[in-house]
Design a protein around this ligand. Sequence first.
Ligand SMILES: Cc1ncc(COP(=O)(O)O)c(C=O)c1O
Length: 380
Amino acid sequence: MPDRLQPLLFLEAITPYQSSVNKVEDRGGKIRLCYNEGAFGPSPRAIEAVRFSASTQHRYPDMGYARLRQALADRYNLDPLRIVCGAGSDDLIGLLVHAFMREGDEAVCSQYGFAMYPVAAKSVGAKPVMALEKEMRTDLKAMLAAVTRRTKMVFLANPNNPTGSWVARNEMNEFLRELPPHILVVYDAAYADYMEEEDYSDGFEWVGAEGRVCALRTFSKIHGLGGMRVGFCYGPKVVADALNRVRNPFNVSMAGEAAAMASLKDQTFIDNCRRHTLMWREKLADHLLAHGFRPYPSRGNFLLVGTHSPEHAQDLFRYLEERNILIRPMAGYGLADCVRISVGLEEEMKALFKVLDEYRDKHVKEGAKALKESLSEAVQ
Ligand SMILES: Cc1ncc(COP(=O)(O)O)c(C=O)c1O
């Protein structure tokens, strides 16, 4: 018998989630372009709904959040009985893993896929198997090649965070045809609301009542409700049933349910957010390119940006941080020479552009000084 309390050994494989940019003092007065949050915040209708729900917060919420499930079913033409909500899609990712995987199983993920997938797999002692990407894009063929007898789940974010890359419907159709039928496909469409491409699918079309694909959505991005923690999973009966067994009965708060329902009704707000994000994402990419950075093509509300080296990325991060602009370093993803920048409000983008101009001027000056010094040394 052990003589002291010990957590499960396989938990040692998990690095506790750390963030260099989410300190309490970063909450106010700073320009937060580090978390892919919705630029405009919540819809005014969602704010009003939260206010309205305030006086009944002593009551527990509806365990089945029937009204929210019905609102989602109406909005996306889904079967409400196969919708399971959660405290953000992170909650649902964890629940899916707990319901379908155990020690020794494998989950196939893309090399630069969303960071919570491997963490969730490791939390039950399963092994994340990372399929290499090609030119920073999910390589579905490599994902198929990574499947073994032990594979229970495949995670795919489309569009992906942090690369911003996406895969088309026909590529996915081919992938689903080839994948063995017992493997659960977790298709994470967190950024679907920013997509305008005809050949993109939010995944609902593949979620059959008896199938093995489930689609995740979140209210944290275009709906601007990250702090509320609301997401949902649309899955086959077997998935919905399993999630309902393992979830906490009150895993969506009353305020969260009210905010999400109100936000679903505010299509004008959502359309404005999309238009703004796409326009400023393009301006941001142009600005970064003109300053010698390498923005990757993105379909999310953010850009992954290549710099010259890990030191350069760190230097840019610090320079902006000292001027109260927070962006995301990417070393945790194995992309130490990159940073990720979310699209913010117009005034935030303009402030960022100004600081990027100053940063470039500083480098030009330093470069000229270094050149002058090396020339004068050569003359001596
Ligand atoms: C691809 C992807 N999935 C899921 C999430 C988690 O979102 P939520 O706030 O709903 O937990 C994120 C958040 O950044 C994400 O980028």
